[in-house]
Design a protein around this ligand. Structure first.
Ligand SMILES: [Zn+2]
Length: 662
């Protein structure tokens, strides 16, 4: 049984263009209204009712014999569970009331148990196995469904099957606790105003103060990054950085160690020595050896660049502090600060200077405008009561036909207890067979004063996931949008990542906000040049995360913290004793176990996809072809074929390695 996929990142004060957008036709939410959960009791009631109905559907489906139409009925069953489970699974991450979040989490675990049972249901499995597909889409959908049944342990002897279920439920519970520890962390780091010299005034003004008048800073992105990039005092940056590195705390290290061990036990039930071997056989990468080889190639390609970057930072630090180079070492908490200084010095780019150009609400309109230009769709705001008064709903329609195709919810700003990275929950899949429309929610955490260009890029990345859901046009909900291979799912998002550094693309900002001041062309050019700078060390960091995740899930059963200290210790900047990065590494504790390499793997695909847009990123003809061959297809065809359909040739890593070598 598949579970809902999550892909893990009022008018603003600046610019008064927003209310005008409502003047469009009185559009409505496409698909069902978002369920209104005000109390924990409502969540529990909905949970009970949803599970009761789902169990009745399993009983009905068990009676259905194998047939060419079986997969359609299985998909209808899946859709019904998604309707009951999807919004509840999602609000556990964003609802402002902690009691509602707790109730949603408890419900989530009951659903995970249900999904495991359904996937271990031998009657359903037999019917799936005996059903004969009528065409390639049915064949692929049945193949994927059979994999899910088999990977849940339906074919194991009863005792091992029970063990698989027990392990699976326990892993869900521990993963949930891990994420909760990060999300509900109320860490505040206290600083005097003197400590915060160099930090933008807005951060100080927004901060709460303790009895001694010290500013209490949280670890949310709009607070964390300005301190790391701008605080003149190394001690201030170190204190902030250490607090961030310890988010999740020792409790999460224990959870992660247990999760990794349970995953290995799970793989062993199926005759695999490691969880990586077990899980990678279903991915584009196919096995641990291919993944390791790929990561080694990346490492080779970035080693020199990383060394060069650090030498540059070291020089900048020596100059800044007026001390000899041989007495200067770069620390982890120096990286963002001196990178920012060098960006300013070499490229005269100051990230903070972009905020006035990119107010948050208008930035959202802007990324939607990009989609409208490239893909022939239209985003229209619609009234809706959602989980928080600031959350917004949009109807998506096809521009040529006016046909409503999907809905998108958006939650832009940080608040306590809210998921603190950027992510999209595709909580409802679409199906052309039943006329079911997809719905998704995009959750980000931006500064109300505006976005930097890097943050605008992050927004477009997440929006890329939302598009994958919004423009899905698959036969079955099972394959809708982001329900695709985990090492492909980032590609459509990453493809759009350099769009905001394009002059022509940025001109669209004035379409959605005529009163916003246009970003000068030369500033965009500089930002693009500055972006290339440090790509060696940035990619090396991604390589470290991916290698750590893979090593954690290999046969050797390493202890996570010791493994991390060793692996980070082997990098040029080393490991800072006392820190525990893995305690906050929610990807690995959650659904990305032995899957983090997928970010780099997908980037290879993304850069290859980009080559088709090299002459004009907004080309509507190429956009249309991309929408039809890739985005609309979700997971109903293998990713290799989608890319081949779009590019007219086999996939190639050339663009990626050329970029790293440049
Ligand atoms: Zn992503």
């Amino acid at each position: 049984m598949k579970k809902t996929w999550m892909v893990m990142a009022a008018c603003s004060a600046v610019g008064a263009c927003w209310p005008g957008a409502y003047a469009a036709e009185a559009a409505q939410m496409v698909g069902p209204a978002f369920p209104d959960f005000q109390t924990a009791a409502q969540v529990r009631q909905a949970c009970d009712a949803g599970l009761r109905a789902a169990k009745a559907r399993v009983t009905a489906l068990e009676k259905e014999p194998a047939s060419p139409g079986w997969i359609g009925d299985y998909d209808a069953f899946y859709s019904a569970t998604e309707d009951a489970y999807g919004p509840i699974g999602f609000i556990s991450n964003v609802h402002p009331d902690p009691k509602v979040r707790d109730a949603a989490e408890a419900c989530d675990l009951r659903w995970q148990d249900f999904f495991t049972n359904a996937s271990q249901n031998a009657k359903l499995y037999r019917a799936a196995k005996a059903s004969v597909p009528v065409d390639d889409i049915d064949r692929e959908t049945l193949r994927l469904a059979l994999e899910t049944f088999e990977d849940s342990g339906v074919g194991l002897p009863p005792a091992q099957r029970a063990k698989a279920k027990q392990l699976s439920n326990r892993i869900s519970l521990l993963g949930q606790q891990f994420e909760k520890n990060v999300r509900d962390s109320k860490t505040k780091v206290e600083f005097t105003d003197e400590d915060l010299a160099g930090v933008p005034e807005g951060v100080l003004k927004a901060a709460k103060r303790d009895a001694k008048g010290r500013a209490l800073l949280g670890l949310d992105y709009p607070t964390y990054y300005p301190v790391m990039e701008r605080a003149e005092k190394a001690a201030t940056r170190e204190k902030m950085w250490r607090a961030k590195m310890n988010e999740g705390g020792p409790a999460n290290l224990k959870l992660l160690a247990e999760i990794a061990k349970l995953r290995r036990d799970y793989a062993k039930l199926f005759g695999y020595d490691s969880y990586a071997d077990f899980t990678l056989r279903r991915r584009m990468a196919k096995n641990t050896a291919n993944t390791t080889r790929f990561l080694d190639e990346v490492k080779q390609a970035v080693t020199d660049g990383e060394r060069r970057d650090i030498a540059d930072l070291r020089e900048a630090k020596a100059k800044h502090l007026g001390q000899p180079l041989d007495k200067t070492t770069v620390t982890r908490w120096d990286v963002a600060f001196y990178t920012e200084r060098l960006r300013k010095e070499r490229f005269t780019v100051d990230e903070e200077s972009f905020r006035p150009y990119f107010p948050p609400q208008e930035s959202l309109q802007f990324v939607m405008r990009i989609a409208e230009t490239m893909f022939g769709v239209k985003y229209t705001p619609v009234p809706a009561k959602l989980w928080h008064p600031e959350a917004q709903a949009y109807a998506v329609s096809d521009a040529a036909t006016g046909k409503p195709i999907s809905s998108l919810m958006v939650d832009l700003y940080p608040r306590e207890g809210k998921y603190n990275h950027a992510a999209v929950w595709s909580y409802r899949g679409g199906s052309t067979k039943t006329g079911r429309v997809p719905q998704a929610a995009m959750v980000v955490n931006f500064d109300r004063k505006g976005l930097t260009i890097e943050e605008l890029d992050t927004l477009l990345h997440e929006f890329g996931h939302a598009l994958h859901s919004n423009l899905s046009n698959t036969r079955y909900a099972l394959n809708s949008g982001t329900s695709t291979q985990q090492d492909f799912v980032e590609a459509p998002s990453q493809m759009l990542e350099d769009w905001v550094f394009d002059r022509k693309v940025l001109k669209l900002f004035q379409d959605v906000c005529p009163t916003c001041k246009p970003v000068p062309d030369e500033l965009i050019d500089k930002a693009r040049a500055a972006r290339e700078f440090t790509k060696g060390s940035m990619t090396a960091r991604q390589h470290l995360y991916a290698s750590f995740d893979l090593a954690l899930h290999t046969a050797g059963a390493p202890e996570p913290m010791a493994l991390w200290a060793k692996m980070e210790g082997d990098t040029p900047l080393g490991y800072a004793p006392g820190t525990m990065f893995p305690a906050g590494f929610a990807h690995v504790a959650g659904g990305y176990g032995a899957g983090y390499y997928g970010y780099l793997w997908s980037l290879v695909v993304a850069m290859d996809l980009r080559t088709a847009f090299s002459a004009d990123r907004l080309d509507p003809a190429v956009g249309k072809r991309y929408r039809e061959t890739v985005l609309s297809q979700g997971g109903q065809r293998p990713p290799e074929l989608l890319v081949k359909d779009f590019l007219g040739r086999d996939m190639s890593p050339k663009a990626f390695f050329d970029y790293l070598a440049k």
